[in-house]
Design a protein. Structure first.
Lengths: 154, 107
């Protein structure tokens, strides 16, 4: 399987960029962010509220395998079909602070498209903490510098 | 009881990262490593000890001298720390792609 998702998290910065190219026309990619039923399928969440407009807001609830419910919510600042979504994202009842997301949708060809998602965190520490989320153990380090070192070894 | 060193804490320190960078270029004796820093040899030696405990650095006897080497395999493991986060998004987007490929407008 081809690796299509790129995560760019520069050392010492409080944002990161996720880029992904899709074998989908731009309109279909955008629809996956627009239609509640589709969001529910790929995000594995329940959409309780989704107002796709400026000053709109959204609310999702996800149930984990243990049956615990986790709420997510945010406010939509900008919603331009097939182009752009700017919104906040917050995990309820967690120490994680609210984050700001800039989603840009771009047509590559008639059948392919690209999503560029920039996420801005409250601080460098908050970003690194979020990056560590999928791990058992925490880290606080220089990813890019280490990559440099490792690439020198090859 | 001696607790196991946290490898990520070990590399959070700028001096230790600098030592790793030096060793990435070539194996060095403790003295040669210390020559690159203003800190005392004892301080540098302490840093190297921490890196050794984390298996980031290994030592080899060469005649009368001890040489420190970088453990490339361990370094690679750490450099890939972002991978689970990337994988999480990749899985999510793969799912999105699969769903949308099957998508047919309702009307």
């Amino acid at each position: 399987m081809e690796r299509k998702t790129i995560v760019d998290a520069e050392e010492g910065k409080q944002d990161l960029v996720i880029i992904r190219e899709f074998d989908l026309p731009l309109e279909l990619l955008f629809k996956a962010y627009e239609e509640p039923e589709i969001i529910e399928q790929w995000m594995g969440t329940k959409v309780q509220k989704l107002e796709n407009k400026k000053h709109g807001s959204y609310q999702f609830v996800t149930t984990d395998p243990q049956g615990n419910k986790h709420g997510f919510n945010g406010v939509i600042h900008e919603f331009s079909s097939n182009q752009k979504i700017t919104r906040t994202f917050e995990m309820e009842n967690t120490p994680f602070s609210v984050q700001l997301e800039f989603l840009e949708f771009e047509k590559l060809t008639d059948d392919t498209s690209r999503l560029r998602m920039q996420i801005v965190y409250r601080s460098v520490a908050h970003r690194d903490q979020m990056l560590k989320m999928p791990f058992r153990q925490g880290i606080n380090m220089a990813h890019n510098r280490l990559q440099e070192i490792v690439s020198k070894l090859k | 009881m001696k607790s196991r060193r946290d490898v990520f804490q070990a590399i959070a320190d700028p001096t230790r990262r600098a030592i790793l960078t030096l060793l990435a270029i070539q194996a060095l004796t403790p003295g040669a490593v210390a020559d690159n820093f203003n800190s005392s040899r004892q301080t540098i030696s302490k840093h190297i000890q921490i890196l050794t405990e984390c298996e980031l650095v290994s030592q080899e006897q060469n005649g009368r001298e001890i040489y420190y080497h970088l453990n490339a395999k361990k370094m690679k493991e750490i450099a890939d720390f972002i991978e689970p986060f990337r994988k999480m998004w990749d899985d999510r987007f793969n799912k999105l792609e699969t769903i949308m490929k099957k998508y047919r407008p309702k009307k």
